[in-house]
Design a protein around this ligand. Structure first.
Ligand SMILES: *[C@@H]1O[C@H](CO)[C@@H](O)[C@H](O)[C@H]1NC(C)=O
Ligand SMILES: *[C@@H]1O[C@H](CO)[C@@H](O)[C@H](O)[C@H]1NC(C)=O
Ligand SMILES: *[C@@H]1O[C@H](CO)[C@@H](O)[C@H](O)[C@H]1NC(C)=O
Ligand SMILES: *[C@@H]1O[C@H](CO)[C@@H](O)[C@H](O)[C@H]1NC(C)=O
Ligand SMILES: *[C@@H]1O[C@H](CO)[C@@H](O)[C@H](O)[C@H]1NC(C)=O
Ligand SMILES: *[C@@H]1O[C@H](CO)[C@@H](O)[C@H](O)[C@H]1NC(C)=O
Length: 297
């Protein structure tokens, strides 16, 4: 299997926003408050409450949050490319910048008409990824909007599909395992052509006679500790990871009940892994003759 070779160079336009507030939220109609085009703005379409990205044989497109965050939850309601989406990848992710960056990825791998999408998730810590998991879904993600979320706090990173956890990465720093907790992150989404690897291992190519391929967003939301551009990262890290845990509902993503899955969520995760897990790097002895440290129980 070939994995993520995303040749995506997101052009990060640093915009000085007055970023004193901790919580920002928006939906399609208020998209511009939170996000901006990061490449190919001519392939980004506003359609009433919806925002759409278009992929044709000239370009895909992408957008990024205007601010950076330290902990929080990002969610997007997405309706994926319908019909023949083979070769296309839609990504929704959080990432910091630089060689030692941290990143949490949802990558939706398209397929031929009637064949199932795969959801690939990956986690980069301090510049190292190679932590792919692949799931199929319990619904058709092209038929309607569904909510995809990434929760990030000092104890765990959780990938959620319609609020059902499909993956958890726990903080095991006490066991010497790096956890992404020190670098501010932006929120990103993009649609691009990845037919060298995405569909059935790259065997099925994008059929451009079915272009344009369109992905729709109805609601985009970020609840997070927004990093002030004119403050030092150290100060902001202290502020964002400080003792405001759950106080007055602010910083709720760090509240004690967010530190681990609830019993109900644990049961959901077990169900997802039993019924919908296709691939887990933790069990790939070909790639990893000895299991990566975070995989060892
Ligand atoms: C979007 O936000 C506006 C203002 O907060 C609200 O009135 C509207 O119902 C929201 N729409 C959706 C689809 O959530
Ligand atoms: C991150 O990686 C660099 C080398 O690439 C290393 O020097 C540094 O200690 C690492 N940081 C953490 C927190 O693991
Ligand atoms: C596409 O459909 C085929 C056949 O059902 C399946 O094996 C594959 O996992 C699906 N997804 C991708 C991304 O190739
Ligand atoms: C691409 O789609 C067209 C129109 O549906 C079809 O005629 C053609 O056979 C497809 N090409 C491939 C390689 O599947
Ligand atoms: C893009 O695709 C369209 C429709 O299939 C085709 O007419 C056009 O020649 C293609 N352009 C390029 C640059 O490949
Ligand atoms: C950052 O800039 C804003 C707006 O100019 C200002 O109100 C705030 O005091 C500044 N904060 C710091 C830490 O300099």
């Amino acid at each position: 299997m070939e994995f993520d070779r995303r040749a995506l160079v997101a052009i990060l336009v640093c915009v000085a926003v007055s970023a004193a507030t901790a919580v920002a939220a928006a939906n399609g109609s208020r998209f511009d408050e939170l996000f901006q085009s990061s490449w190919a703005s001519d392939h980004m379409i506003y359609d009433g409450e919806l925002l759409k990205l278009k992929l044709d044989n000239f370009s895909g497109a992408g957008f990024s949050s205007k601010s950076r965050y330290l902990y929080g939850k990002a969610t997007a309601e997405i309706k994926l490319v319908g019909g023949d989406s083979a070769g296309t990848v839609t990504a929704f992710y959080m990432s910091s910048e630089g060689a030692n960056h941290d990143e949490f990825d949802f990558e939706f791998l398209g397929n031929t008409t009637g064949e199932p999408y795969l959801v690939q998730t990956n986690i980069y810590v301090n510049g190292t990824g190679n932590r792919e998991q692949r799931n199929d879904l319990w619904f058709d993600p092209t038929a309607d909007f569904h909510t995809y979320g990434i929760l990030w706090n000092p104890r765990q990173v959780v990938f959620l599909v319609d609020e059902t956890p499909i993956r958890v990465f726990q903080n095991k720093e006490d066991k010497g395992i790096s956890f992404p907790g020190y670098q501010k992150m932006g929120v990103y989404s993009s649609l691009w052509n990845a037919d060298d690897w995405a569909t059935q291992g790259g065997r099925v190519k994008t059929n451009w006679s079915h272009a344009p391929f369109v992905v729709s967003y109805r609601d985009l939301k970020i609840d997070g500790c927004e990093v002030a551009v004119n403050a030092s990262d150290e100060d902001e890290l202290r502020r964002c990871s400080g003792s405001e845990w759950g106080k007055e509902g602010r910083y709720w993503w760090k509240a004690p009940e967010m530190e681990e899955l609830t019993v109900h969520q644990s049961h959901q995760l077990i169900w997802v892994r039993e019924k919908h897990l296709i691939y887990d790097y933790c069990f790939d002895a070909t790639r990893f003759p000895s299991a990566p440290p975070e995989c060892v129980r």
